[in-house]
Design a protein around this ligand. Structure first.
Ligand SMILES: Nc1ncnc2c1ncn2[C@@H]1O[C@H](COP(=O)(O)OP(=O)(O)O)[C@@H](O)[C@H]1O
Ligand SMILES: [Mg+2]
Length: 243
């Protein structure tokens, strides 16, 4: 397996038109088989960072690279290597789970999958078979989230971005979701996620970053964090104790 970073922020900054400095000179990378979890309060700059990778917004300076390709210079090429799962999964509520998969996976250019592939991936993400042919209308947030990650898995990209994927999930769904991320990591995916869930982040992440007012104020590996009280550390960073 190639060990170059699949996701890389290089001196990334974003100042919105109204003057707000949402991301300030942030640098980090995520290699294949690694999970990087970004923690931070509301407005810390997590979504802005993820959205720059996806070229939803342009950086003011620096760049976000996907598989070495700058997301704002060659967006179409860069985005081939990444799948995205958002907090509010955008799927059609009038379509069934299988129909959503078929629609979005084809839209992404993958036409080789069969009904059985859809069935298998939905089972893998934990959506019970009875629900596969039901409309999303009646689904819980957790069930919709599972469909969203199924679409991401079928895109078969080496990197996955997730913006608060576990927010609004009940504890069981949250736990299953984390297990799924673990299995994707074991397949060699590079995963960048934002989350509010300190405990799950500590459980799953290889590296944890803490963002505060646009700055990546802490970045530590699992080894560096062993024996540390992450929650206390987080509170101290939020309070500016280390400035
Ligand atoms: N489209 C926008 N225009 C102007 N300011 C924005 C926009 N989106 C986000 N911001 C500001 O940028 C900062 C970072 O926001 P965001 O990236 O959404 O943080 P997070 O995801 O960590 O909550 C906040 O101060 C927010 O108000
Ligand atoms: Mg956000």
């Amino acid at each position: 397996m190639n060990n170059q970073p699949l996701l890389e922020a290089v001196n990334l900054s974003k100042r919105y038109e109204d003057g707000a400095l949402a991301v300030n000179n942030v640098s980090f990378f995520v290699k294949p088989g690694e999970i990087f979890a970004m923690l931070g309060g509301n407005g810390a700059g997590k979504t802005t960072t993820i959205n720059i990778f996806l070229n939803f917004i342009e950086p003011t300076s620096g760049e976000a690279r996907i598989n070495g390709i700058s997301s704002h210079v060659e967006p179409l090429k860069a985005k081939q290597h990444v799948a995205f799962v958002s907090e509010n999964v955008m799927l059609y509520t009038n379509f069934t789970a299988i129909q959503n998969l078929d629609y979005f996976v084809r839209l992404g250019g993958k036409t080789q999958y069969t009904k059985d592939d859809y069935r298998k991936v939905l089972l893998r993400v934990g959506l019970q078979e009875e629900a596969h042919n039901k409309k999303l209308k009646g689904f819980s947030k957790g069930m919709r989230q599972k469909c969203g990650i199924a679409v991401a898995i079928l895109k078969d990209a080496p990197a996955i971005l997730l913006d608060e994927p576990t927010s609004g999930l009940d504890p069981k769904s949250g736990f299953e979701f984390i297990q799924l991320l673990d299995s994707l990591r074991n397949e060699g995916k590079a995963i960048l996620m934002s989350t509010h869930d300190i405990f799950r982040a500590k459980e799953i992440a290889d590296t944890i970053g803490i963002m505060r007012q646009g700055n990546l104020v802490m970045q530590k590996s699992r080894e560096e964090l062993s024996g540390e009280n992450l929650e206390q550390l987080y509170m101290n960073f939020m309070a500016g104790v280390y400035e």
